[in-house]
Design a protein around this ligand. Structure first.
Ligand SMILES: Cc1cc2nc3c(=O)[nH]c(=O)nc-3n(C[C@H](O)[C@H](O)[C@H](O)COP(=O)(O)O)c2cc1C
Length: 119
């Protein structure tokens, strides 16, 4: 076994034992849809065995930053499907990080819950 030998994570085949840590990039559209910039970013890094995406908001309330992508609407899900297709086309594997930053969204004024707590 070496760093570059194949492995599996759950039922996902991974071509080596290197991972990309989740890193917020803030490249989504205003409505949180991941577009070609994000697909290109991850596809370019598909040689890393397992990519973990930037933190993705799973509810409108948990959005924390402008430019953060979500997985709430059909358009966002379709955008991520294209990201995954682009990574798979390069032989990579990708997991999505879901991140709940409700309170941070309130502080930055971006999340749908902003203002709800009086902050
Ligand atoms: C620009 C930037 C964005 C980041 N975004 C996320 C993120 O979305 N989710 C997360 O869990 N960690 C995020 N991190 C933390 C990195 O994943 C972390 O720095 C990396 O795992 C290395 O760990 P270390 O900083 O303890 O050495 C981010 C780090 C940087 C530098």
């Amino acid at each position: 076994m070496s760093l570059f030998s194949p492995t599996t994570v759950g039922d996902v085949d991974v071509r080596n034992r290197v991972s990309l840590a989740p890193m917020t990039r803030l490249r989504a559209s205003a409505d949180g849809v991941p577009g070609h910039l994000i697909a290109t970013y991850y596809a370019q890094r598909a040689g890393i065995g397992l990519l973990v995406t930037e933190g993705v908001f799973p509810s409108a309330e948990s959005r924390a930053y402008p430019g953060q992508p979500g997985i709430v609407t059909d358009a966002q899900a379709a955008g991520w499907a294209k990201v995954a297709d682009a990574v798979h086309a390069e032989g990579g594997a990708v997991f999505m990080q879901l991140i709940l930053q409700d309170r941070e969204g309130v502080v930055t004024g971006v999340g749908a819950g902003a203002g709800a707590s009086g902050e």
